[in-house]
Design a protein around this ligand. Structure first.
Ligand SMILES: *Cc1c(COP(=O)(O)O)cnc(C)c1O
Length: 231
């Protein structure tokens, strides 16, 4: 087996073990392979090992891979920060967008989603780390943003996403994920029907799964360490 196939298997085992440890069905936790900075060949290798869903952060890099691998019918998730001048290619080429943090960006994605495609699946990114992070809407702002996004016909609001600041404090880490889970519960209690908690990465997926993650986004543990690149 190639390294990527071996790593993929190991990550799937971690996901399954974490699900079992918290009394959950492993089928309820989807794995998103984060392929940013890695080549189309690396994605191809992962796809050959049976994987379908890939996450990308940089628009042009992603578009090149999506075009090169079109015949494989893969599922593409945009997980990076979204610049307003890039919403059109994102709306056209991706199946999911995880990092909605402003209504203006959501509206632009809605306007750019081609009518021939099904609505774009989106998650609202929440800043669960307080002042330690600048990305994401504040927990207090989630209700209003969810209401605005849910009203856009070319988007389908699926849930919430977070990237907690790294911390060696396990209890603190768990509490960040728990907050996201609580916010999703509040939205559903007020009438939304959201099924997605996108949280957990290579270093903390076990904690995220223990707190209810339905999608973990894993790069390093599958593809290896990333080189810094300039975009
Ligand atoms: C890069 C990235 C990941 C993957 O992180 P790893 O630590 O390499 O697993 C997950 N989510 C987002 C939003 C990312 O930008």
């Amino acid at each position: 087996m190639s390294t990527i196939a071996t790593n993929l298997q190991a990550v799937k085992s971690r996901v399954a073990a974490a699900a079992i440890a918290s009394g959950r069905d492993a089928a309820g936790v989807a794995l998103l392979a984060v392929s940013k900075t890695f080549s189309a060949d690396a994605v191809c290798e992962c796809a050959a090992a049976g994987h379908r869903a890939f996450g990308e952060n940089y628009v042009q890099e992603a578009l090149d891979k999506i075009a090169a691998l079109q015949s494989l019918g893969l599922e593409w998730h945009f997980i990076g920060p979204i610049q307003s001048n890039k919403t059109r290619p994102i709306a056209k080429n991706f199946h999911w967008v995880h990092g909605i943090e402003r209504e203006r960006i959501a509206t632009r994605l809605n306007d750019g989603r081609p009518p021939a495609l099904p609505p774009l699946n989106v998650c609202i990114q929440v800043n669960v780390s307080g002042e330690a992070s600048k990305s994401g809407v504040s927990p207090e702002g989630v209700v209003a943003l969810a209401k605005a996004v849910a009203a856009l016909p070319r988007l389908k609001l699926r849930g919430l996403m977070a990237i907690p600041e790294p911390t060696p404090d396990t209890a603190l880490r768990r509490s960040r994920f728990a907050l996201l889970r609580k916010l999703l519960g509040q939205l559903n209690a007020s009438g939304h029907q959201l099924d997605t908690l996108s949280m957990g990465m290579s270093d903390d997926l076990e904690d995220a799964i223990a707190e209810g993650a339905t999608v973990v986004r894993v790069g390093t543990a599958i593809f290896g360490k990333r080189e810094a690149i300039n975009h």
